[in-house]
Design a protein around this ligand. Structure first.
Ligand code: SF4
Length: 352
């Protein structure tokens, strides 16, 4: 479905001109959509009523509807469940961070989904458990950012492609959404404020980095330094094993000198050993990669345990002692089912 969210200035201009209105009306529309984040036609004030009427007959402005909003605690993660036009659910998260020197107003990160379900099927992830339905459009991706900005009144500072779905498996829409997010006529985020997280589709990683000239941040879900363990957690590792993945990342690091981040979901008794810490350091050190350690957020479908806070800290210390930069992520959203895709999965099951 075609919506104005997700359209480029050229596409909006073609629509405006073919509807019999002057070109400059397109620039006005682009501004209302991406800078002011309007969500209804009647919020657009400097276009004649007949123009808005005619355009609304030809196209839609938006494609999503808010179904549920869940907040963990004051100042903490907020989760949003949206419904698409064809009746499917997707989720997005707002992650506020405290003020610091770098971000005096506090960072406000929106985590967007790129697919309904996910074909990668990581065993510990709720998104991978539900049925894969379809890719999201670029409009449905960027509209999540606009809606959260409007719903919360917050100035969104960062966008991460870490919600439901594998962004590089929906390559075209992801690239178009990034374009809209970082262009000055669009949401105008600095490219370094946008992060794409991938499970490791090696050829697509190279294509992605080349397309954005390394400007948009890349985060790779590592989860293990041992092929067998990684394959049991992230099945796509059988197709793109660590050797191939690391050789692609080394190329990116060498040619573009870009920083790479590894995400590491820490699962008690599965990938929290000293052998893993050593393996991770061997992989990450030559790339000077940063490691985000995320304690596993248990889901019913994967009955392993979250590490204790002490065990998570010990694992991080093991990495730090080997000279790596490590961040231990808080699981602030556990009480609101903030595990990737969990809120949607519950809703889909209730519907079934
Ligand atoms: S962790 Fe990401 S790639 Fe893996 S199943 Fe979940 S959404 Fe897909």
């Amino acid at each position: 479905m075609n919506t104005l969210y997700g359209s480029t200035p050229e596409e909006i201009e073609a629509l405006v001109v073919s509807s019999g209105f002057p070109k400059y009306r397109a620039a006005q529309l682009v501004d209302w959509i991406y800078q002011k984040n309007v969500l209804a036609w009647d919020e657009i004030r400097n276009l004649p009523k007949d123009a808005l009427q005619k355009l609304s007959e030809k196209t839609q402005l938006t494609a999503l509807e808010l179904v549920e909003e869940k907040k963990a605690a004051a100042g903490s993660t907020v989760k949003f469940l949206f419904k698409t036009e064809d009746g499917h659910f997707l989720e997005s998260v707002l992650i506020p961070q405290r003020e610091d020197d770098e971000e005096p107003g506090g960072r406000q990160t929106v985590c967007v989904s790129t697919q309904l379900g996910c074909k990668v099927q990581c065993v510990f992830c709720a998104s991978g458990q539900g049925k894969f339905t379809r890719n999201l459009t670029a409009g449905e991706i960027v509209e999540q950012v606009a809606r959260i900005a409007r719903l919360t009144g917050k100035k969104i500072t960062n966008v991460v492609f870490m919600g439901m779905g594998e962004p590089l498996d929906n390559f075209e829409a992801t690239m178009k959404a990034i374009h809209i997010l970082i262009e000055p006529w669009g949401f105008a985020f600095g490219a370094r404020r946008v992060t794409v997280s991938t499970s490791g589709i090696t050829p697509k990683i190279l294509e992605f980095v080349k397309a954005v000239d390394g400007r948009v941040r890349l985060s790779v879900s590592l989860h293990s330094s041992i092929d067998d363990v990684r394959s049991s957690l992230v099945p796509i590792n059988r197709r793109y094993p660590l050797k191939d993945l690391m050789s692609a990342l080394r190329r990116i690091n060498r040619d573009l000198k870009r920083e790479i981040t590894f995400e590491y979901t820490l699962i008690a008794g599965v990938n929290d050993t000293a052998e893993e810490a050593e393996g991770v350091s061997i992989l990450a050190k030559p790339l000077k990669a940063k490691i985000n350690v995320i304690p596993y957020n248990p889901i019913a479908e994967y009955p392993e345990k979250a590490p204790t806070p002490e065990a998570a800290e010990d694992f991080c210390r093991e990495l730090e002692n080997r000279g790596l930069r490590v961040t231990l992520r808080q699981t602030a959203g556990r009480e609101i089912e903030a595990a990737c895709g969990q809120l949607r999965l519950d809703r889909v099951r209730r519907k079934e």
